[in-house]
Design a protein around this ligand. Structure first.
Ligand code: NDP
Length: 256
């Protein structure tokens, strides 16, 4: 691998990496040489993922932490513990997220809040705590996992759409505040990717054929499709890329 994309010796935290897209992003960064901190809420699932990673990459290069990304106190406590006991986080991927599908007229405020907290506020909470150390050290890469819904809206996912749009602008706000200290903060906006979160949509014949027709590449994305862009944004290959959100969506966002 070109040295430009070599992540050897760099410590990377990927939130929500116990499964789905986060797990694949963690694997991509580990394949590029990074030491990985896996993360999730479900201890059992996290332990299974950690065991798999350890068998591939060895004990020294795999750590795991369990905390709720929406809980300010827990985020502060866990990030401080990582920096003290494991090492300086040099790459952060804010990936943890949830969806809640319901027409806006039926959307309860508690559900609205949960979706905003998990998809948007979490990136502020984790990003702020990790950036404290990065700013002090004068370097660091943050990748915020947005969505094609960052720019496009569809019925029944209003809170998610609002959160992901906010996350794109939070990426810009982080850039405005921290780029001068040597940090690069960018976003990845995946299109429709086949994971646990979207399994029900893949199984829905009508929705599935809509996706295939609506996506110029005429297929669902796979978690592997996101690996290359993530390695690039985490590496020295992107050192002058600041505040951008890259759409990995088979062309969905550029056609009507
Ligand atoms: P999954 O549902 O497969 O995985 C979500 C991950 O986030 C899990 O590891 C889960 O941990 C974790 N998580 C959720 N809530 C919390 C929380 N409050 N605290 C800590 N961890 C939490 O989702 P995907 O892999 O499909 O999606 C990952 C990201 O990619 C999300 O931000 C999503 O919005 C975005 N995305 C997904 C697309 C898709 O098509 N799949 C398209 C565009 C964007 P646990 O198992 O412990 O609950």
């Amino acid at each position: 691998m070109s040295q430009l994309f070599d992540l050897s010796g760099r410590l990377a935290l990927v939130t929500g990496s116990s499964r789905g897209i986060g797990r694949e992003l963690a694997r991509a960064l580990a394949n590029a040489g990074a030491t990985i901190i896996l993360h999730g809420r479900d201890e059992q699932r996290l332990a299974e993922t950690a065991a798999d990673f350890t068998s591939r990459y060895g004990e020294e290069r795999v750590h795991s932490v369990c905390f709720d990304v929406t809980d300010d106190a827990s985020v502060r406590e866990n990030i401080a513990a990582i920096e003290k006991n494991i090492g300086a986080i040099r790459i952060l991927v804010n990936n943890a997220g949830i969806q809640h599908r319901v027409p806006m007229l039926d959307l309860e405020v508690a559900d609205w809040q949960r979706v905003i907290d998990t998809n948007l506020t979490s990136a502020f909470l984790v990003g702020r705590e990790v950036a404290r150390g990065m700013v002090e050290r004068g370097e660091g890469k943050i990748i915020n996992i947005c969505s094609v819904q960052t720019d496009l809206a569809r019925p029944t996912i209003s809170a998610y759409t609002a959160a992901k749009g906010g996350l794109r602008n939070l990426t810009r706000a982080m850039t405005a505040e921290w780029a001068g200290a040597g940090l690069q903060i960018n976003g990845i906006a995946p299109g429709y990717i086949h994971t646990e979160m979207t399994q029900n949509l893949v199984d829905d014949e009508k929705f599935n054929s809509w996706i295939l027709g609506r996506t110029p590449a005429a297929r669902w994305g796979t978690v592997e499709d996101l690996a290359g862009p993530a390695i690039w944004l985490a590496s020295d290959g992107s050192n002058y890329v600041n505040g951008q959100t890259i759409f990995i969506d088979g062309g969905m966002s550029v056609v009507v």
